[in-house]
Design a protein around this ligand. Structure first.
Ligand code: ADP
Ligand code: MG
Length: 438
């Protein structure tokens, strides 16, 4: 069977794509109704890549073949990921299948920006403590709310708890569907009898009075029977429009925690972790470049790793800084595109009241060391210059002294809020001057 299916694909797919991607599919099973075919795939990145690029094509190719004419779904199952739990718990809730098995505490990188949320979730799981109930976690998008919520879920599933994870949107869909098919008792049984409810993206309830009403009763029932509730949102309860007061009050009963954007060190740790998990080897300079240049969301970091992996597999390219810069080009904000070391030096010499020649000299007074530090750091963050280029410009020994310098700067930023603020304000000045120039 395996060879037969791959042969079918091979005929219709470009050789390069076939060899790099499709040949890695390993046939597992065809469902009894012939509608779903499952393949095993070595890792998440390949799986994501195939899903976004090839799934429809593969389906069409299969449908042309009489044996597979009924195919409606292609499932990709990642090699080595456990799905035993899924089987174990299918009778508890259909939503359990939406757990992502890679969203675990072990895969979550902890840093100052998310430590509190992590610790609270971990405590709930390990100590079964209801000290905080409900827990309300909020942050902007892509900073790990769903990952944490599902880590709680995955952990409790292993302990055979009746845990329910659902997005507020699906809660609403389930609710309206249950009304339609006249099965509200079943709906209530499901939501009010679980041990723990994990409700993701609760701000979706904005302007949904009926769903809010139903959730209000669900909440009360769970809370009064001392069942844990964890919710996430992209904003505070008070900022969710048209949330009925009684729900807002309840959301505020327990603990409200925010996840902030990660600092550089945490971003670096996350990139290391994600690339390790997916078998990509990146050297420190590349890791640092990605971390410095992607500001907002960890989801973006992941997408760049997917693209690195794809380029490497497809074009057989080595992962070097040039490739990564090219891939990141569109993600780096417009305003930074034209900033040069000269712009950076100009602003810093003005702000710190020093001469630009001093930066290139061997002087080591505290003030000049500090200014040089900021020039190096911001040059890496805001310009396309490589470490050797920066070293040459500042007449420093070599790129490893630049690298050491940046590491030290990161440490100082972590330790010293004033220094961090100084760097941020200089960065803003450089960017605004540049916008005015253009
Ligand atoms: P949110 O729900 O806040 O929008 P997600 O939980 O979906 O964000 O996170 C986006 C992606 O970033 C996920 O793939 C997740 O694994 C990853 N991620 C976020 N924070 C971390 C972290 N601290 N460590 C490891 N991965 C993270
Ligand atoms: Mg989310």
């Amino acid at each position: 069977m395996k060879n037969k299916i791959l042969e079918i694909f091979k005929k219709d797919i470009n050789k390069n794509y076939y060899e790099n991607y499709i040949s890695q599919l390993n046939f597992k099973k065809l469902s009894d109704d012939n509608k779903t075919i499952t393949f095993e795939i070595p890792n998440k990145y390949l799986s994501n890549y195939i899903k976004t690029k090839f799934l429809d094509t593969l389906k069409q190719i299969l449908k042309k073949n009489p044996t597979f004419k009924n195919i409606e779904n292609i499932n990709l199952s990642i090699l080595g990921e456990k799905n035993s739990m899924k089987k174990q718990n299918t009778n508890k809730s259909k939503d359990i299948v939406s757990f992502n098995k890679s969203y675990t505490f072990e895969n979550f990188v902890v840093g100052p920006s998310n430590e509190e949320a992590y610790t609270v979730c971990k405590t709930i799981v390990e100590k079964n403590s209801k000290q905080y109930n409900p827990v309300f976690i909020y942050s902007s998008t892509g900073l790990g709310k769903t990952h944490l919520l599902q880590s709680v879920g995955n952990c409790l599933l292993e302990k055979n708890k009746n845990v329910l994870y659902i997005s507020a949107e699906n809660f609403m869909n389930d609710y309206t569907y249950s009304i339609k098919i006249d099965s509200m008792p079943k709906f209530r049984e499901k939501y009010r009898k679980c041990d723990i409810l994990l409700l993701d993206d609760v701000a979706f309830l904005t302007n949904k009075p009926h769903t809010q009403d139903e959730f209000f009763h669900t909440f009360n029932e769970l809370h009064s029977s001392n069942k844990q509730i964890i919710m996430t949102s992209d904003r505070l309860p008070s900022k969710i429009h048209n949330l009925v007061d009684r729900l807002q009050t309840r959301f505020e009963w327990g603990l409200i925690i925010d996840i902030k954007p990660p600092q550089l060190k945490t971003k670096i740790d996350i990139i290391k972790k994600k690339s390790e998990l997916n078998g990509i080897i990146l050297d420190d300079e590349i890791i640092q470049y990605i971390a410095l240049n992607i500001d907002s969301s960890i989801r973006e970091i992941e997408s760049i790793l997917v693209r690195i992996n794809a380029s490497v597999n497809l074009l057989n390219q080595n992962i070097d800084l040039g490739l990564v810069k090219e891939l990141l080009k569109n993600q780096i904000s417009e305003k930074n595109k034209f900033i040069t070391i000269v712009d950076i030096i100009e602003t810093i010499t003005k702000e710190l009241n020093i001469k630009s020649q001093d930066l290139k000299s061997s002087k080591r007074t505290a003030k000049i060391v500090k200014a040089r530090r900021i020039v190096i750091y911001l040059s890496r963050k805001l310009t396309y210059n490589s470490m050797p280029e920066i070293a040459k410009y500042l007449r420093m020994k070599n790129h490893s002294s630049i690298s050491k310098n940046i590491k030290k700067t990161e440490q100082l930023i972590d330790e010293d809020k004033d220094f961090e603020q100084l760097i941020n304000s200089i960065k803003k000045k450089i960017e605004t001057t540049k916008i005015q120039d253009n």
